[in-house]
Design a protein around this ligand. Structure first.
Ligand SMILES: Cc1ncc(COP(=O)(O)O)c(C=O)c1O
Length: 304
């Protein structure tokens, strides 16, 4: 069964989806993207794209910041994503990567006066981070790019060179992930995930003004904690040393899902096991993404 991509206005077999070496986005990282998951539900015999609309709304905001024009409306991009997954006709989980990119083939750093295009492909992705073992994390020696350097609020491809430095250092040093601080030393997020800590039965996560990507999973968790689990949520600055005395810590993101952290900078988090708040949220999250909770079914776009 062929796998398709959407490129230059049409669906083509993935192996034919090629761009010129002179594409501006390749030369300078001038592209914005999303990572979206679709989950297969055996129960409903259906593939659900999770929070597709919110992902494309964020992509539209990224375009504004990076002075890109989008060829398709949010709902048209949702529809193209459904069409792609239908064409690929796989009855299994998928990871979807839409990209809006500076498509002009030209040398010269700028944003204005260039052409933009939209591409889309889907691939398989298992668990990006381990969900069960409890991750080992370090505080990165790299700082996070700041809003007035490369804004993390928009998911710009070029910013992921920072993420790659952060992640590679962590892996080289024997950790699974890294926690990145802002320029002024407060907790920002993981290399490609948001972060929550639990202190005194309260979930705490940094605000969007701490150079984080305003994560859709983060928003899902905040909603589920408040509405379904009656767990208070504080959105506030987090000091580095709060990581060391937290009862629970976890990363979250479309790729990461909800990934518990049990060791940070050689300090055991809580009692070293996966805490009850993290466990409850994980359980609920995997039901919600498969359309099993009626109240959140409109977050799930059926493909077939
Ligand atoms: C830097 C960064 N922060 C946070 C996230 C989590 O965002 P979301 O939950 O919308 O996937 C991601 C992943 O997409 C990311 O790349």
């Amino acid at each position: 069964m062929a796998t398709y991509a959407f490129l230059q206005g049409k669906f083509v077999p993935l192996e034919e989806a090629k761009l010129s070496v002179m594409t501006h986005a390749f030369l300078y990282g001038t592209a914005v993207f999303e990572g979206i998951r679709a989950y297969w539900s055996d129960e409903d015999n259906q593939l659900y794209i999770f929070r597709a609309k919110e992902h494309y709304e964020r992509l539209a905001n990224s375009c504004k910041i990076m002075r890109m024009s989008k060829k398709y409306s949010v709902m048209e991009m949702v529809e193209l994503t459904r069409e792609l997954l239908k064409l690929n006709s796989k009855k299994s989980n998928a990871y979807i990567r839409p990209v809006i990119y500076k498509s002009s083939t030209i040398v010269g750093v700028k944003l204005a006066g260039l052409e933009d295009d939209f591409l889309l492909f889907a691939t398989e992705m298992g668990d990006y981070l381990d969900l069960q073992k409890g991750l080992k994390a370090r505080v990165s020696s790299w700082r996070h790019v700041a809003d007035n350097a490369i804004p993390m609020r928009c998911k710009v491809n070029g910013a992921y060179a920072n993420a790659a430095l952060i992640k590679t250092e962590a892996l080289d040093d024997g950790y699974d992930e890294a926690i990145v601080l802002t320029e002024d030393g407060h907790v920002s997020e993981g290399s490609a995930e948001n972060i929550f800590i639990v202190r005194n039965n309260t979930l705490v996560t940094p605000p969007e003004t701490e150079d984080i990507l305003g994560g859709i999973t983060r928003d899902t968790i905040i909603t589920l904690a408040k509405e379904e689990l009656d767990i208070p949520v504080e959105i506030r600055r987090i000091d580095r040393t709060e990581l060391y005395i937290a009862d629970e810590v976890f990363f979250c993101g479309t790729g990461a899902q909800i990934a518990p952290v049990t060791l940070i900078d050689h300090r055991v988090v809580g009692d070293g096991s996966i805490g009850p708040v993290t466990q409850k949220l994980q359980g609920l999250y995997f039901k919600v993404v498969r359309g099993q909770l009626k109240a959140y079914k409109d977050w799930c776009t059926p493909v077939f």
